[in-house]
Structures are given as C-alpha cells and as structure tokens.
Design a protein around this ligand. Structure first.
Ligand SMILES: CC(C)(COP(=O)(O)OP(=O)(O)OC[C@H]1O[C@@H](n2cnc3c(N)ncnc32)[C@H](O)[C@@H]1OP(=O)(O)O)[C@@H](O)C(=O)NCCC(=O)NCCS
Length: 133
C-alpha cells in the first residue's frame, strides 16, 4: 500500500518493532488486497506519546488513496481504540501534521480532544493529541 523501498528506513524500523513486539499492526483487507492499516506502539521513547502500562501510541493510520472517504479509516481507528481498552490501557496518543485536515477531523471526532503539544519537526508543524479511554 505504500512504497517500502522509497521509505526503507521507516520500513526497517517498523519491521524491527514488529519483531520485538513493540508494534502491533492491523490491516483492513478485501481478499488479498490491503485497503488500510493502523498500528499500536507501546514504547515511543517520548513521554507525551507513551507511558508504560497507561498510554499507547497510534501509528501509521493509512487508507489506500482510491478507497478513502468510505469509512475505512474510522473503522481502523475504532479497532485500535477497542484493542487498547481490551489491553487495559487508559489513554491513546497520536501525532498529526497541522496541515492534515482529514486526519485531524477524524481524530477529533473520535475523541482525541486533548492537545498535549504543538510544535515543529522536519515534516512541518504538528500536534500531539490524547484520547482518554
Ligand atoms: C486520514 C485517513 C486515514 C482517513 O481515512 P478514510 O478512510 O478516508 O476516513 P473515513 O472515510 O473513515 O472518514 C472519517 C472522517 O475523517 C474525515 N475526513 C476523511 N477524509 C477527509 C477529507 N478528504 N476532507 C475532510 N475530512 C475528511 C471526516 O471527518 C470523515 O468523516 P465523514 O466522512 O463522516 O465526514 C486517510 O485520509 C489517509 O490515509 N490519509 C493519508 C495518511 C494519513 O494522513 N494518516 C494519518 C496520519 S496521522
């Protein structure tokens, strides 16, 4: 669904995190076709994003471009939220670029309504959001 050769560093990090159990990834599939993905991360080395046993981080929510706006992103996010609850976590965090209006709308609607931080990195201005479960 995304170009892992072009984003080799990211893909390698994700692979390591999957192997060591820090990352759990859920796919939305139509047969063999992957339509979307979302991951939960236990340790981001950032106390805004993860707190052991308390706060998990939502990573790489993504829907195939031609399948956007059909409810897949919301369904994936709700699955991540339910899973975090089942695992006994109290909070979920996410980082969103401030120019990513679709994602900001979706997270806000799903209860990520606590702003932890607004800042800037190489990718531009972004916000860290928190949802209490
Ligand atoms: C953000 C993303 C995952 C949303 O997935 P999606 O399947 O299109 O989302 P849904 O169809 O479930 O829509 C849920 C809500 O998101 C918001 N939304 C989604 N696309 C939108 C758009 N183009 N413009 C405005 N709001 C939008 C709306 O509030 C929408 O609710 P509504 O349809 O009732 O108005 C998708 O746009 C995507 O993959 N973007 C690229 C990757 C990315 O930015 N991921 C987030 C990283 S933090």
């Amino acid at each position: 669904m995304w170009d892992i050769e072009r984003h080799a560093d990211l893909a390698n990090r994700f692979r390591r995190e999957l192997e060591d159990g820090n990352r759990v990834t859920y796919l939305c599939r139509d047969g063999e076709t992957v339509c979307g993905e979302v991951s939960l991360i236990q340790n981001m080395d950032d106390p805004d994003y993860t707190v052991p046993g308390k706060r998990l981080y939502v990573s790489h929510l993504m829907v195939r471009r031609d399948l956007c706006r059909r409810g897949i992103g919301r369904a994936l996010l709700r699955h991540a939220i339910e899973t975090a609850r089942e695992w006994g976590y109290a909070e979920l965090s996410v980082g969103v670029d401030l120019d990513n209006f679709p994602a900001l709308m979706l997270y806000w609607q799903e209860g990520f309504d606590n702003i932890l931080y607004i800042g800037e990195d190489d990718g531009g201005r972004f916000v860290k959001l928190l949802k209490r479960l």
